[in-house]
Structures are given as C-alpha cells and as structure tokens.
Design a binder for this molecule. Structure first.
Ligand code: URA
Length: 216
C-alpha cells in the first residue's frame, strides 16, 4: 500500500485537524462537520494528481483551449454514518462521480471485544472503476476490511484509494495486509496508538457522535 500522510508537510490542513481535535471547538457540530469536509477537499485535491487525464477542448468566448479532464470512472463509497461529512468534502471536488453507501458498525460482545457488522449497501457496479473508499477514522481498520470484502461482490475494481482523516499506525498495517498492493491511502494525520476500546489516541473521540449527536 502506498501511504500519503499529508501532515509530513505543514499547510492549512494542520489548522483544520487542530480544530476537529479540540475539545472546546468540537462543541460546535456544524464547524466539526465542515472541517471534516474541508479535510476531504484537501485530500481529494492531492489524490487528483494521481488520476488519469485525457485532453479535451473547451470553447471560450474568445477561442479554444485544450485542457486535461479526468478519464477514470470513479465510485465514491462511504461508511454510514461518520463518513457522511467526509463524503460531501470529496464530492465537492469530484462532483459527477457515482456514489455508494454501506453501513458498518461495531457489535460489541464485551466492551473490548467487537465484530464488524455490514448491513445496508447501495452501490453501482464496481467493474473497472476507481474505488474511493472513505472512512474518517482508520482505527483498527476492521471496518474498511469488512466493507471491502462485501464490495468485492460488485465487480473487479481497477484501483482503490482510501481516504481517512486520522489513522492509527496499527490500522494502517492491518489495512495494508488486506487491500491490493497498489492501493493508495490518503490520510491527514497518523496517531500512535489505540485504547482498549479500539479508539484512536489522542484521536478526537467519536466522529459520528461529534457530527450527528450521541446514539443509544
Ligand atoms: N471511530 C471513531 O469515531 N473514533 C475512533 O477513535 C475510532 C473509531
């Protein structure tokens, strides 16, 4: 897997990441969602540099200009519900790509032990498509692995791009073992460890709750 950790270069992205981590700023759910969206936009821009382009001609009021246009067929798939603001950020840049949604949640047998349940799936064919799989918190990596297993039934993807906001080192290693070697991971920042409940430390807490409120 090819890992692109954008925090290795300082940029305005660091400001967005600081805000989503900050326990005081997190009280503003709209700002939290919008910052996740902005991070999705930055990650998308970086990812766009690796896509395939072919020239097309654009007519201006004064003449013709040949411009590169993305020629890859892409499907953006997000995991409900925490993935929704990240999904919107990516869609802001790749505005006419196809979309897929899948639900995956941790079913706990004890507070420390859980299995991933994948239930809802709405997706087009993935045959020969570039699959962009978005998950804001790459913690253990188990959700991404379980979702990818489900998506394999929808066709042979050409290439996978994973987009995450915060990843744990352990999660990256787990995902690297289960995805094709030419998979790209675009991540805004990487944290060193997970706690006993599988949450990223220092991380930011629960991205779904911070975006949409707590659940039972
Ligand atoms: N999901 C989250 O929202 N946060 C984590 O730290 C891990 C998984």
């Amino acid at each position: 897997m090819i890992v692109h950790n954008l925090e290795l270069e300082t940029s305005v992205l660091d400001h967005f990441i600081a805000e989503i981590r900050d326990i005081e700023i997190q009280k503003d759910a709209m700002r939290f969602r919008r910052n996740i969206e902005r991070i999705g936009e930055v990650l998308s821009y970086e990812m766009s540099k690796t896509l395939t382009y072919s020239d097309r001609s654009v007519t201006t009021p004064l003449g013709e200009k040949s411009v590169p246009a993305i020629s890859d067929n892409m499907v953006l798939c997000s995991i409900l519900r925490a993935g929704l603001p990240l999904h919107q950020g990516i869609l802001n840049y790749f505005d006419d790509i196809d979309n897929a949604f899948v639900s995956a949640y941790r079913h706990h047998t004890t507070p420390e032990v859980f299995e991933i349940k994948v239930e809802y799936l709405a997706a087009p064919s993935l045959d020969d498509k570039i699959l962009v799989l978005a998950d804001p918190m790459l913690a253990t990596g188990s959700s991404l692995v379980a979702v990818f297993e489900t998506l394999k039934g929808l066709g042979n993807v050409k290439q996978v791009h994973l987009i995450s906001v915060i990843a744990s080192q352990e999660g990256i290693e787990n995902v690297a073992r289960s995805f094709p070697e030419d998979t790209h991971l675009w991540v805004a920042t990487v944290d060193p460890r997970l706690n006993e409940q599988g949450y990223i430390v220092p991380g930011l807490g629960d991205a779904g709750d911070l975006s949409f409120g707590s659940k039972l």
